[in-house]
Design a protein around this ligand. Structure first.
Ligand code: HEM
Length: 199
């Protein structure tokens, strides 16, 4: 195996381990009481923040490839995006199962009544569409439409930061930093994005 291939494989394994190990850690941390006095709330926060970080990491790949000229990084976008979706779905599931214990009437009420939940839910629907269409067979079938759909990752990242900001009872600094990072990442792709929307 060439050195390039070993490097690409190591990057892949690194991404999978970095996304999987914190989830494995939860199996020990929850029963051991490591999540503090309100483990359900802490778990929802942990998974939500992890999803947003993975989403932003997936957006960081394109500028990194451009400036560092390491093409092997490109292949990390798909696993990072799919892991972001997995964490976001677990965040959603933790809320459904542990916070609202599958009370469907209450769940529907919360989604309609609380704007930040409605925003999170809309964002999750966008991520679901992106995850589903990242299957190689669908990618090929969609041709040019695939790229147009996948530009939605940028509004999705902004929505994630606003959902984060809105969910807080107090404070603004952390979500503001995430929003700033998102806007910088979008600015770095400005030319491509403007080209795509003009089409
Ligand atoms: C499926 C719909 C979703 C629901 C119902 C939902 C619900 C929630 C809830 C209940 C909270 C905690 C609010 C509190 O402090 O009490 C929260 C926080 C958060 N969510 Fe979501 N969410 C959803 C989707 C998402 C998605 C897709 C992302 C990211 C990609 C995300 C990222 C976050 C973040 C970053 C926080 C703040 C975590 C913190 O305070 O440390 N959420 N969400």
């Amino acid at each position: 195996m060439s050195l390039k291939k070993v490097f690409a494989l190591a990057l892949h394994i690194g991404v999978h381990l970095a996304a999987l190990l914190p989830l494995v850690w939860l199996f020990w941390a929850v029963p051991a009481g490591e999540l503090g006095g309100d483990p359900v709330e802490e778990l929802i926060h942990f998974l939500g923040l992890g999803a947003l970080r993975l989403l932003l990491l997936s957006l960081l790949i394109a500028p990194l490839v451009k400036y560092l000229q390491i093409a092997a990084l490109f292949k990390l976008r798909r696993p990072l995006g799919l892991w972001a979706y997995t964490w976001a779905s677990l965040h959603f599931f933790a809320w459904l199962a542990l916070d609202l214990v599958f009370e469907w009437g209450l769940i529907a009420e919360e989604i309609i009544k609380r704007s930040y939940i409605l925003l999170g839910f809309s964002l999750w629907l966008i991520l679901s569409a992106l995850a589903l269409t990242s299957l190689p067979r669908l990618m090929r079938a969609m041709k040019g439409k695939w790229q147009t759909l996948h530009w939605w990752i940028y509004p999705a990242a902004i929505m994630g930061c606003i959902h984060f900001w809105w969910s807080l009872k107090s404070g603004w600094f952390e979500p503001a930093v995430y929003l700033l990072i998102t806007l910088v990442l979008i600015a770095l792709r400005k030319k491509k994005l403007l080209g795509a929307t003009a089409r």
